[in-house]
Design a protein around this ligand. Sequence first.
Ligand SMILES: Nc1ncnc2c1ncn2[C@@H]1O[C@H](COP(=O)(O)OP(=O)(O)OP(=O)(O)O)[C@@H](O)[C@H]1O
Ligand SMILES: [Mg+2]
Length: 241
Amino acid sequence: MSENILKISGLKIAYGGIQAVKGIDLEVNKGELVTLIGANGAGKTTTLKAITGTLPNCRVEGNILYNGQPIRGVQSFNLVRKNLAMVPEGRGVFTRMTILENLLMGAYIRDDKETINADIEKWFGVFPRLKERAAQLAGTLSGGEQQMLAMARALMSHPKLLLLDEPSMGLSPIMVEKIFEVVRAVSAQGVTILLVEQNAKLALQAAHRGYVMDSGLITMTGKGKDMLDDPKVREAYLGEG
Ligand SMILES: Nc1ncnc2c1ncn2[C@@H]1O[C@H](COP(=O)(O)OP(=O)(O)OP(=O)(O)O)[C@@H](O)[C@H]1O
Ligand SMILES: [Mg+2]
């Protein structure tokens, strides 16, 4: 049995004449926290959308294996049933529902209903801010709190792979630190995560492994810690050198 949860090979994606992804290989093993970093427009979100079956009409080539099964072109609602969860850019919590209701929505595909409450308590342990506000409408939460709720809701579906698209985007520095703490805590619970981030430093500090994407190509990969020390990464992505 392979330990791969996700194995992407030779992935190419073109929107009309624009080649957004130009043939990339990327894998995520069971239990890993892997980060995909890179500048605006590098193709990170496009790559995540290819995994979750949410691309608009465009040309896709290459292979995406999830749990050893090809999923390229599989519709997103079928992937949720395979325990693949994504927290998209901009989050999308149900603003007119309470936090608790949002979490219950996250569990709708589960058939082990009796363990849902225990699970809510478990994730409230990781996200204490949400516990304090369980009865509050999600629309009244701060941006960072909504991000946490979106993550917690995704976790309620028991994902085998959790995809996070720029969870720190638009948040204050303190909230960014908090979000990364939470991502680490979720990873420490054994959840396999692919984290797309522009905050290269925090992402590489948190991740087991990283990939750098630049103009549709993977230009570098390695252990998070090693990449933090790499002069090329430091110069191009950490604003040093
Ligand atoms: N629906 C679309 N139609 C046409 N071009 C698109 C579409 N979505 C993305 N693109 C283009 O594909 C390229 C990659 O975009 P993508 O959103 O994947 O980048 P990204 O790495 O996620 O950037 P960011 O960090 O800014 O979110 C960009 O040049 C973008 O303009
Ligand atoms: Mg993006």
